[in-house]
Write a protein that binds this ligand. Structure first.
Ligand code: GAP
Length: 513
C-alpha cells in the first residue's frame, strides 16, 4: 500500500476511534486546529507523563514550571520574535490561495529528486541484480541533467534565504522555475511578503488604553524570564534545568499533514543552564539522552536519525533535530539547541535588571549558557500513532487493525469482558474493574461477540483483555489475552494486578531509557 494511503487510513482511524477530531467540526472545522477525543487525551497525557517523569523524576537537578501563556509584550521584542519570527508568503491572484514561498521552492527541489529516483527505480527493474546504482547515477544523462538542475536551484535558494531573505529573488526563482499554483494552475503570483507568525490580541479595555499582547509561540521564554526565580527559591546550582509543558500558538501559513503542523499545539521544553564553556559537552550529552528516550518506546532504531544543522541561527553554536520516519518521510519531532547566553542576555538588556547567576564555587557572577530540548506533544503523538498502526491478516484469513502502542502509553490498559450477559458474569467482571481501576485505566465491555470486542480493543491499542467465564465463578481465574501475540493464558484474579501493573506503568518505560 502506498505510504500516502497508509497516512490517510491513520487520519481516519484517529477520528473513528476517538483519538483526534477536527476542531469545530459541525461548523466545517477550523484550519490546522484539532481536538483530542476520549482515547486521544489519554494517549497524549501518557506521552506528557513519560516526558515529564523522565525529566523531573530521573534528574535531581531538573524542576518543573507552569508559566502563563500571556507575557509582557517586550519579552517577544527581546527574544527576536517581533522582528524576525516570519515566513515569506506569496499569493496566487487567480485562486486567492496563500503559500509559503520557501515551501514552494523546496517542493520544486523535491520534484527533481523524485524524478531522479524514478529513473533509478526504472533502471533497477530493467537490469535486475546486475544494476549498479552508484555508476548509473554517475553516468546516466537524464539523472545528471536533473541533478544539475536540482543543485543549481538549491544553491540559488540557499543564497536567497541567507540574504535576509531576499524576497525579490525568492519570487524570481518561483517565476524562473515556472512553478504553478496547484489549485488554479497559473503562474499569476503576487510579490513575496514577510508574515509574522505570532497571534496577537488586546489586554484591558480600549478605554483604559489596551495593550497588544501575544499568544506565546514557544514555551521557552516563560522559562528564561523565571530562571532566576526558580534558581533562588529552589536553591539550584548550575548546571540545572527547568522543564515545562504547555500550549504554543503559531499562525502557520501552510498548515498540513494533520496534526504535524498546527496553529495551536503543545510543547515540552527543557532549558538546561550551564557554565559558559561547558555547553558543547552538555549539548552532546542531551543529544544522546533524548534519543535514548525516543528509542525506549521500541519502534526500532531505524525510525530515528539526527539532522545536524549546518546553518545555525545567530544565537546558537550547535543545533540538531531528532527526525522520525513518518509515512511521508523523515520529519523533525524534536529540536536540541545550544542557545549560548543569547536569551538571558537579551532579557537582561530589555528589562534593565541583572539576571546573572552567582557561582558559589568559583566566586564569580555570569550569565549561564543554555541547552534547550524542545519537542512537540502533537508531533510525538503522530509519530506514535504512525509507528503503532498495523493491518494484519490472521491465520484464519480474517484481518484486524491493531494499534501496537507501547503498553505504558495505551489509553486503556485492560478491558474486562463477561463471556455472556447473564449468570452473574457481568457482576464478577465489574467487581474486577472496581478493584483494578485504582491502579490503571480499565474498561468494562459486554456488547457484541467476544471476537468483536477483542477487535475493538485492538483498534485502540489496549494491551490486555480479560474474559470472565462460568469457570471463573468457581476457580477464581480469568483468561488473559495479549494484544500483540493474541495468546491466552489462565490467570488467577488475585494475580492480575501485579502481573499487569508492572508491564503498563510509566516507570516500566523509564527503566528502558
Ligand atoms: N523553543 C524552540 C522552539 O520552539 P521549534 O523548532 O520552533 O523550536 C520545537 O519547535 C518543536 O515544536 C518542533 O520540533 C515540533 O515538534 C514542535 N512544533 C513546532 N511548530 C509546530 C506546529 N506548528 N505544529 C505542531 N508542532 C510544532
Amino acid at each position: 500500500m502506498a505510504q500516502e494511503d497508509v497516512f490517510k487510513k491513520i487520519v481516519s482511524h484517529c477520528k473513528e476511534y476517538g483519538f483526534v477530531f477536527p476542531s469545530s467540526e459541525i461548523y466545517d472545522g477550523l484550519g490546522a486546529v484539532y481536538d483530542y477525543g476520549q482515547n486521544g487525551v489519554e494517549l497524549k497525557n501518557n506521552i506528557k507523563q513519560y516526558w515529564w517523569q523522565s525529566m523531573v523524576l530521573l534528574h535531581d537537578n531538573i524542576v518543573g514550571l507552569d508559566s502563563a501563556i500571556f507575557m509582557h509584550p517586550t519579552i517577544w521584542k527581546a527574544s527576536g520574535h517581533v522582528d524576525a519570527f516570519n515566513d515569506p508568503l506569496i499569493d496566487n491572484r487567480d485562486s486567492k490561495k496563500r503559500y509559503r514561498a520557501d515551501v514552494l521552492i523546496e517542493e520544486q527541489i523535491a520534484k527533481y529528486e523524485e524524478k531522479m529516483a524514478k529513473e533509478v527505480a526504472k533502471a533497477a527493474k530493467k537490469y535486475g541484480e546486475a544494476f549498479n546504482e552508484e555508476e548509473f547515477r554517475r553516468t546516466n544523462g537524464r539523472v545528471l541533467e536533473y541533478q544539475a538542475k536540482r543543485d543549481a536551484l538549491h544553491q540559488r535558494y540557499s543564497d536567497a534565504m541567507n540574504a535576509g531573505p531576499d524576497l525579490n529573488e525568492l519570487r524570481q526563482i518561483i517565476l524562473d522555475e515556472e512553478i504553478v499554483c496547484p489549485i488554479s494552475g497559473t503562474k499569476n503570483w503576487t510579490e513575496v511578503r514577510q508574515f509574522n507568525l505570532m497571534f496577537s490580541t488586546e489586554m484591558g479595555s480600549t478605554a483604559d488604553g489596551a495593550m497588544k499582547v501575544y499568544l506565546r509561540p514557544e514555551t521557552a521564554q516563560g522559562i528564561f524570564v523565571n530562571y532566576l526565580n526558580v534558581q533562588k527559591t529552589g536553591r539550584m546550582k548550575v548546571p540545572f534545568g527547568i522543564a515545562q509543558i504547555g500550549k504554543a500558538f503559531r499562525n502557520e501559513i501552510v498548515a498540513r499533514q494533520f496534526i504535524f503542523r498546527m496553529r495551536e499545539f503543545e510543547q515540552m521544553e527543557m532549558q538546561f543552564f550551564v557554565k559558559p564553556g561547558t555547553e558543547l559537552e552538555w549539548f552532546k550529552q542531551w543529544k544522546e539522552t533524548r534519543l535514548k528516550w525516543h528509542k525506549a518506546l521500541g519502534f526500532g532504531d531505524d525510525h530515528y536519525r539526527y539532522h545536524d544543522h549546518e546553518k545555525l541561527a545567530h544565537y546558537a553554536n550547535a543545533a540538531t533535530d531528532i527526525e522520525f520516519l513518518m509515512p511521508f518521510g523523515f520529519k523533525e519531532v524534536e529540536g536540541i539547541h545550544s542557545r549560548t547566553n543569547f536569551d538571558l542576555s537579551q532579557h537582561e538588556k530589555y528589562s534593565g535588571k541583572s539576571i546573572k547567576y552567582f557561582d558559589p564555587e568559583s566566586n564569580e557572577s555570569y550569565t549561564p549558557y543554555v541547552i534547550e530540548t524542545s519537542i512537540g506533544v502533537d508531533r510525538m503523538f503522530l509519530s506514535v500513532m504512525c509507528a503503532s498502526y498495523q493491518e494484519e491478516t490472521l491465520a484464519n484469513g480474517e484481518s484486524r487493525v491493531v494499534l501496537k502502542l507501547p503498553a505504558a502509553l495505551a489509553p486503556v490498559k485492560l478491558a474486562v469482558m463477561p463471556l455472556v450477559k447473564k449468570d452473574g458474569l457481568p457482576e464478577k467482571a465489574r467487581e474486577i474493574v472496581d478493584s483494578l481501576k485504582f491502579h490503571f485505566n480499565c474498561r468494562y465491555d459486554e456488547k457484541d461477540s467476544i471476537g468483536k470486542r477483542y477487535r475493538r480493543q485492538d483498534a485502540i491499542g489496549t494491551p490486555y483483555c480479560v474474559t470472565v467465564d462460568h469457570d471463573t465463578l468457581t476457580d477464581g481465574c480469568v483468561t488473559l489475552r495479549d494484544r500483540d501475540t493474541m495468546t491466552q493464558e489462565r490467570v488467577a484474579i488475585s494475580e492480575l494486578c501485579s502481573l499487569i501493573e508492572d508491564r503498563v506503568s510509566i516507570p516500566s518505560l523509564l527503566k528502558k531509557i
